[in-house]
Design a protein around this ligand. Structure first.
Ligand code: DGP
Length: 142
């Protein structure tokens, strides 16, 4: 069950936003607390908290717009690098529980800070088999 969030109010026009793009399925607007100039959020109008809960149609609509939006943000800000960030779950730093993609231009130290701590790959074949079996079954997740 999707608990209404601040983004529902933005979709419904009950709260203002600095709107960049809107179509039948998605909305893009400036992040209220930008990590860098041009920090943009792209959200589906489908009201789901996390990416894996989205319909294929909503996922496709996001994918259709994301590259175009990234180009526009890059050109408008003059940034030459950027990160796409998409958090799912409070432990993964998700604060607003409505699916959203961050487009975060990187300029020098300005942008997304990343702590990347790789570890050795263990039992990749077993893991691939488990994931493929789940893909074949296509079981939904709450
Ligand atoms: P996340 O941690 O991935 O859930 O990021 C949520 C982002 O949403 C955060 O960067 C700030 C932004 N945000 C929160 N409330 C509002 C709002 O009311 N308006 C706008 N434009 N952005 C918001």
């Amino acid at each position: 069950m999707h608990q209404p969030t601040i983004f529902d109010k933005i979709i419904d026009g009950q709260l203002p936003c600095h709107k960049i793009y809107e179509d039948e399925h998605v909305l893009a607007f400036l992040d209220i607390n930008p990590l860098s100039e041009g920090h943009t959020l792209l959200i589906p109008k489908e009201r789901k908290a996390q990416l894996h809960q989205l319909s294929d149609e909503a996922g496709a609509a996001l994918g259709r717009v994301l590259p175009r939006l990234a180009r526009a943000v890059m050109r408008a800000t003059g940034a030459t690098a950027y990160n796409i960030l998409q958090n799912n779950g409070a432990e993964a730093h998700q604060a607003v529980h409505h699916v959203h993609f961050h487009i975060i231009p990187r300029r020098g130290a300005e942008g997304l800070g990343i702590s990347w701590k790789p570890r050795p790959l263990t039992d990749p074949e077993g893991l691939v088999q488990r994931i493929r079996a789940e893909l074949d079954q296509g079981r939904p997740m709450p």
